[in-house]
Design a protein around this ligand. Structure first.
Ligand code: SME
Length: 175
């Protein structure tokens, strides 16, 4: 099945993220394989969002974040919890919007073109008590590319992904 990604201007971010969420829901419907759904989620987000040079996943494996399906340049494979933007968002269990990565202490530069970043934690179940699965990470070559509307929109997309992979243990123990 090929999937023609809708056209989005993101002039009205909440409305366009709502449309994108519908599109993602249809794309993930009936499938629960984590790799398949992560790959299609990363591809859809990368295709739909303007001014993004990396979009993808890091999954928690053996106490570290390990790169998963993504679109963009090859990236660093392992990130310790608490390191970089990804490891910090994972530990703090909250979305981090970084307007200028050069100002973020410990930022891990995978692509020197990246200037701003947003990282959304993936949590199965309750935000405080649920298990941390990993993070969804997006980079942009433009400073201050991401705002609170992007945070809310990407959190809803990340939530759709998390709910789609009903067998979350498959991330830790791939068959
Ligand atoms: N910049 C991230 C590392 C991952 S790459 O951006 C793909 C960080 O500081 O955690």
């Amino acid at each position: 099945m090929s999937h023609a990604v809708g056209r989005y201007q993101f002039h009205d971010k909440p409305a366009d993220y709502a449309r994108l969420a519908q599109e993602l829901g249809a794309l993930l419907a009936g499938e629960s394989d984590p790799i398949a759904n992560a790959a299609n989620t990363a591809a859809l987000v990368f295709e739909a969002l303007p001014e993004v040079n990396w979009a993808g996943f890091y999954f928690l494996k053996g106490g570290q974040l390990v790169v998963g399906p993504f679109q963009g340049r090859p990236a660093c494979v392992r990130i310790a919890l608490g390191s970089g933007v990804c490891g910090t968002a994972a530990v703090q269990r909250r979305t981090l919007v970084v307007p200028d990565v050069l100002e973020f202490p410990g930022h891990i530069a995978c692509d020197p073109a990246s200037r701003s970043e947003i990282v959304v934690p993936l949590i199965a179940g309750d935000a405080r008590a649920g298990s941390l699965l990993g993070v969804l990470d997006l980079d942009s070559p433009r400073a201050a590319r991401f705002d609170e509307a992007d945070a809310r929109g990407l959190e809803s997309l990340a939530g759709l992904f998390v709910r789609s992979i009903r067998e979350t243990s498959a991330l830790e123990n791939p068959a």
